[in-house]
Structures are given as structure tokens and as C-alpha cells.
Design a protein around this ligand. Sequence first.
Ligand code: FES
Length: 174
Amino acid sequence: MQIKGLVDREKGTVSRRLFSDRGIYEQELENVFARCWLFLAHESQIPNPGDFVAAYIGEDPVLVVRDSRGNVNAFLNTCRHRGMRVCRADQGNAAAFTCTYHGWTYGNDGKLVGVPGYKEYYYEELDMEQWGLVPVAQVESFHGLIFGTFDPRLRRSANIWAIWPGTWTSSSTA
Ligand code: FES
């Protein structure tokens, strides 16, 4: 989709298509939201082990969680069994998240820790290690601001301050 010409810098006008065109929106999802560091939460929102807050990366719901060991993680808020949203609260504190559909339970570190019928239906052969919540590929805290990206190749830190050019310099990063 051609988007050049939709912004006229001389006249200071912006085409309304930028706000309503489905094709432009899908380009943004693919080229921006899927490939950039995005702000997810502030550390002050999850100060204690087990604290979590819901966020989005593009249209994908994610959970930002401080696990019981104090590490900050982010996961797709989607059950690995049949795709139900694992947590429906916007924020709170939890040692584990139990899917309301069939009861799969995930620790606050994203690991699958409980499956109803593990013996009877799965004959104890389900590899629990393989079925944890899908992690956001990279998560980084920057002056308390927690960013995440689904792009595993994106350089850490370097792209974060590019979000607000001129706001910070590399020497101001922790
Ligand atoms: S969809 Fe979550 S346990 Fe089945």
C-alpha cells in the first residue's frame, strides 16, 4: 500500500485514511508492532513477587509478571491448550494462573505446572517443559520502563531510546 502523499508537510495536513484504512493498520501491525520495542508497563506497577499487569503488543494480549524470584517476564496471555485467555484480570497478584477452560495451570514464571487428567488423559507423557506460556521474545527494563518485543533479533537497548529520539542519549541508559 502506498502511503506517501498521505501527509502534506507543506500544508500541515494528514489524510484521514491514516486513521481508518485497514491496510495501513495491518502494515503498522507488521512493521511497527511486531518488530519494535514497545512499552508494556512500569516497574512500579509490579513491585512485589507475583504482581502482574495486562498489556498488549499490537492486538496480542500479554501478561507482564514479576515472578516469585523477582524476575520480570512477559508472556502471551493465551493458554497453550486451546488458546483461552489465561488471565482475565487487568492487574493483581498471583502465584499461578489457572485457565478457566480446562484448568491448565501456569506458574508466575510461565511454566506449565498443572494439567488436569495428566495421568488419565495424557498418560504422563505430556512434556510439561514444552507447554509453558509463550514468552515475549525479549523484555528489558529501561529506567523502570518495561519494554518488550516479539523480534528475537532486535538489538537490546539500542532501539529503545530510538522510540523517543532526543529524549535520552546512550550515556543516560543504565
Ligand atoms: S484452553 Fe486453557 S486449559 Fe484448555
